[in-house]
Structures are given as C-alpha cells and as structure tokens.
Design a protein. Structure first.
Length: 433
C-alpha cells in the first residue's frame, strides 16, 4: 500500500479519537446526546479537534505541540459551549487530551517489539504498525472514558479540586515520562528496557488512580450516609408533627363538647348572645392552624406544613396547589421526594430578589406530576449542570440522587430547567390506573 493510504487511514483514526474526546467532555458535563443540543455540542467539539489536527498537519514545526494545542482547544470549547465549573473544565481538558497520547506512547513500543521494527521508524513514517498503535490507543481511550463516565454517574458529589489536580498531575507526569523514554529509545537502546520502564509507569499510574478513586468513593459514601441521616430526621419530624396535629384535634373535639353545650343553653335563653358567642368561637377555635395544609395524606400534610413554616420564618412566599390524590405512591417515597425538592428550593431562594417557592401536584391519567419552582439570584444549571453538591452541606443538588432513585422506582422521569430567574424541578411518577 502507498504511504498516502496509511496517512489517510491515520487521519480517520485521529478524527475518531477527536470525537471520542468530544463525547467524553460533553457527557461528563451533563450533555445528553439523545437531545438536539447535546448532539450539536458533540459534533462541534469533534469537528473543531479534527480541524485542528488537519491544520497542524500542514505545519510540521507545530506538529509536536498537537497535544498542547488540543488540550487548549478542548478547554475553550468546554468553557464556551458546556456548563460546569471552570476548574473542572481545565483539569478535564488536560486529562482527556493527554490520556490518548499517553496510551499511544505506551502501545507503540509493545507493537514495535512484536513487529521487530525500530521505534523511530514507527513514529517517523506512516505504516501499518503505526496505524495499529493509533487505533489501539483510540479503543483503549474510549474504554477508559466509558469507565470514568460510569463511575462519575454514580457519585453524589462532584470530584474535589484536589482530586482533579492529582489526576491531571499524574497524567501529565506520565506523559512526560513516556515521551522521555521514547527519546531515549531513539538512540538505538534496547526496547526491552523501555518496555519495562513503561510497565513501571503504568503500574504507578494504576496505583495513583486507584487511590484517588478510593478516597473519592469514601467521600461519596459519607455524603450518602449524611443524606440517609437527613431522611431519618425528616421522618422523625413528620411523626412529631402528626402527633401534634392529632393532639390538637383531640383538644378541639373536647372543647367543642363544652362549646356546643353552652351554645344550646344560650339559644334557649338569649339567641342574640348565642349568635355572637358562636361567631367568636368560629374565629378562634375553627381558624386553620398557621402553616397547616391538607393534601389528603397525613404524612404529606406534615411535610408541607413544616416546609411552609420554614418559608414563613425565612421570609419566603410559599404557594401550593394540590389537585389530586396520591394513591399509588408510597407515603415514605412521596415524603422524601417532597422534602428534598422543597429543601433545595428553599436554599435556592437565597439572594433572590423576591424569594418564592411554588408547589403544584397534579395528575394526568396514570401519572402524578410534581412541580417545584423557586426564584433564583443567578443560574444554577450554568454552574452545576448535573445538580450534584460541591460540598457536604445542603443545597441545590444534594437530594437529587434520592429524587432520581424514587422516579426510577415508579418508571418516571425528572427534569430541571430555568426560565426568567425561576428554577423548576418537574417529577413525573407512574401511579397506576
């Protein structure tokens, strides 16, 4: 085959690798490739990185800086087109573009050893061995990216800056070490020594990454445990509120016996005073308790009463409309779901010009639709597109994994969107016919 053929095939593999990097970046920062915007960002990112490879190919002096320029372009693309923290975008761009080169530098000496070709010949001219090195590197890159995305999707909290820092530092140091070994091997030294050194670097990388993932997992488990403790605290409060409401009803029932007895006597002796007496009783005894709400479920009433009271104390307007029964949904699930959504909404009002929380529960055939909205000072999705907490405190995103788990249990969906400084969470649950 002519050299031009292998060059063309290498360009196709390089283009595929560019789209693999774009896939990782877009997916990691909350892009949904099933939606039009997600697919568009994926195509833009992959096309830009492919175009960069093509342009640098015409300027040999700059070809050695492909990795650096690629990481920079990836960062700019993520910064302009994707949501998320700037530090996460920077570290992710460095990691995603240095990793494929690191894998290629690792695979090439192994293939060189198997093909009994000099390593310098593999990198200096297009050939089947070099194409195989690029192709195998792209496949391994895609595999590693998929593992990282699968791992990150299970996390409750975002990776911390130091975790990203260690990951990026290890990647860059490994790349520099592999490049140094490549230069060393060009002097005609035994490839066996190079391969042994590379295996040592790979082993060190695996240990470092495993340690980062282990401690990150411990942090994630702590966050999950804290979330479970909060849910238990919610249920304890619910029970306390239900008991308090029950005692109030017992007291009211006891008082009503005396009130009605007095009213009957007044009607017989003084009807005018009896009317005034009953009006006073209605104003005092029969006035709904502050913060009391009625949805048809006693536990849910307690939850909503507590959240309404929290809004009142914080100076937040609370609006609620429940036009359906919650039959078909477990009482504990709906309580946890509403608590998490309303807690996030209350915290999300911090700094808003007119803090307001709105709750609407409706039914559409076999589906219960729960919509919670709150005013916001600035965009939540722009800074935290996956709505997962950046710390161990409460706030937008902390209870989202629990909400999604409940929605999945009822074959439902969870959607978040913003419009005119209003953040909305919409949960649809299948409650049965």
């Amino acid at each position: 085959m002519p050299v031009s053929f292998w060059s063309a095939m290498e360009f196709l593999v390089g283009a595929a690798n560019s789209f693999i990097v774009s896939f990782f970046i877009c997916t990691f920062f909350g892009g949904d490739l099933k939606k039009r915007k997600g697919r568009l960002n994926f195509l833009i990112g992959g096309s830009l990185l492919t175009l960069l490879k093509l342009i640098l190919g015409f300027f040999p002096p700059f070809d050695n800086f492909t990795v650096l320029f690629g990481a920079l372009l990836t960062f700019l693309f993520a910064l302009l087109c994707l949501n998320g923290r700037v530090t996460s975008k920077l570290f992710c761009a460095v990691f995603s573009y240095f990793l494929p080169s690191l894998i290629t530098l690792t695979v090439a000496p192994l293939l060189s050893r198997l093909a009994t070709d000099e390593l310098s010949m593999i990198f200096n001219r297009p050939s089947p061995i070099r194409l195989a090195a690029y192709f195998l590197g792209a496949v391994l890159t895609l595999f590693i990216f998929c593992l990282i995305l699968k791992y990150s999707s299970k996390k409750t909290i975002l990776p911390k800056v130091k975790e990203w820092g260690v990951t990026a530092l290890v990647t860059v140091c490994s790349y520099v070490s592999m490049a140094a070994l490549y230069i060393y091997s060009l002097n005609g030294e035994n490839n066996r020594l190079v391969i042994i050194a590379q295996m040592g670097i790979i082993a060190a990388d695996v240990i470092c990454f495993a340690a980062v993932f282990y401690f990150s997992g411990k942090s994630d488990e702590s966050a999950r445990l804290l979330m479970l403790r909060q849910q238990l605290e919610y249920r304890r409060r619910y029970s306390s509120d239900v008991r308090a409401q029950y005692e109030q009803m017992r007291q009211l029932r006891h008082d009503m016996k005396h009130i009605l007895s007095t009213a009957v006597n007044l009607i017989d002796s003084d009807p005018v005073n009896a009317r005034e007496y009953l009006e006073k009783v209605m104003d005092k005894k029969l006035e709904p308790a502050a913060g009391a709400v009625y949805s048809g479920c006693l536990a849910v009433d307690a939850v909503l009463s507590e959240k309404r009271s929290c809004c009142s104390k914080s100076g937040i307007a609370f609006r609620m409309m429940t036009a359906t029964e919650l039959d078909g949904i477990d009482e504990n699930d709906i309580c946890v779901l509403l608590s998490n959504l309303l807690d996030n909404a209350i915290n999300g009002c911090d700094g808003a010009l007119r803090p307001t929380v709105s709750l609407e529960i409706s039914r559409r055939k076999a589906y219960v639709i729960i919509t919670v909205s709150n005013t916001i000072k600035r965009s939540v999705l722009a800074d935290n597109p996956r709505l997962i907490s950046t710390n161990s405190g409460a706030g937008h995103g902390y209870g989202i994994p629990s909400v999604k788990s409940i929605a999945k249990k009822y074959s439902g969906t969870v959607d978040f969107y913003e419009k005119e400084n209003i953040f909305t969470a919409e949960v649809i649950l299948y409650a049965g016919e």
